[in-house]
Design a protein around this ligand. Sequence first.
Ligand SMILES: *Cc1c(COP(=O)(O)O)cnc(C)c1O
Length: 342
Amino acid sequence: MAGVIAKGRFVLGEEVHAFEQEFAAYCQVRFGVGVGNGTDALHLALRAVGVGVGDEVITVSHTAVATVAAIEMAGATPVLVDIDPVFYTLDPGRLESAIGRRTKAVIAVHLYGQPVDLDAVQEITRRHGIKLIEDCAQAHGARWSGRRVGSFGDAACFSFYPTKNLGALGDGGMVVTNDEATAERLRLLRQYGWAERDVSSLAGFNSRLDELQAAVLRVKLRDLDKDNAERNRKALVYSEAFQGSGLTLPSPRPHGEHAFHLYVVRAAHRDSLRGSLREKGVEARVHYPVPIHAQPAYKRLAARPLPETERAAREVLSLPMYPELDAEDQAKVIAAVVRSSR
Ligand SMILES: *Cc1c(COP(=O)(O)O)cnc(C)c1O
């Protein structure tokens, strides 16, 4: 950070350039384009692959509101489909039946750090000739069939919000892609459509990653694999301790490598469990309590029944999960959960 300040260049400089290359390489992808945050990454990626007004983009309602907001920022219409009840991600069977004449793209969200079934989803998007965008905001470093998430879609979007698996000291985001033309369009879109200074060759935006954040992220990237391994160890400790507790535990997909952004259990009595944990000093959160199609701003998108999404919203609970969670604190959480679920 001192080096950046001494140089005096604060936006889109050497640190951003180096971090784009390093993070793209980490994701096993050719190009990375740093942007202001994860929502912008999704918005600009959609535009860069050709999504616009009149198009439909299919995604899930059980996600961060940003996924759906980005579709509308691109001028397109979100079409919300249900999730698979075991993995909490896009149900490929339901995806197929939601595809229509105006469908231009699918956003696959690797929710909680769990990769979507990319074989099934990619088979469908290829057969229908529609674009695949990966929302990797919760899944930095996760793998599907041995390859990093982010390397499957036409473009893939990351957030570096401080609480993510790779977090900045503020906002940040990136789009990665193997397609050179898409990367080039993204570089224009993030800065007023400038190919050269002061000449807008297309109508763009302002969404840039700054140098201080890039400098921090380059250092933190070195620890990402170690941190994810630590998250996986913690998840295993939880899952072993909760055998026979009556809770439904996370099911890592057989062909995937989970990044455990969140450790999410399911309980029919979720709200009383959460209350009882709070009394014991354990703060558990809910991702997400209100599905997008039930939010005041997005009720208009409620087109089809989404029973698994609504059941998940009533039953899921996220237990404390971060690489620095020490054994003693985790044991306290486990004891509180076990006592509360009896
Ligand atoms: C955090 C998140 C985003 C948005 O990222 P921001 O950097 O906060 O804009 C998008 N999608 C998912 C699934 C997220 O968890």
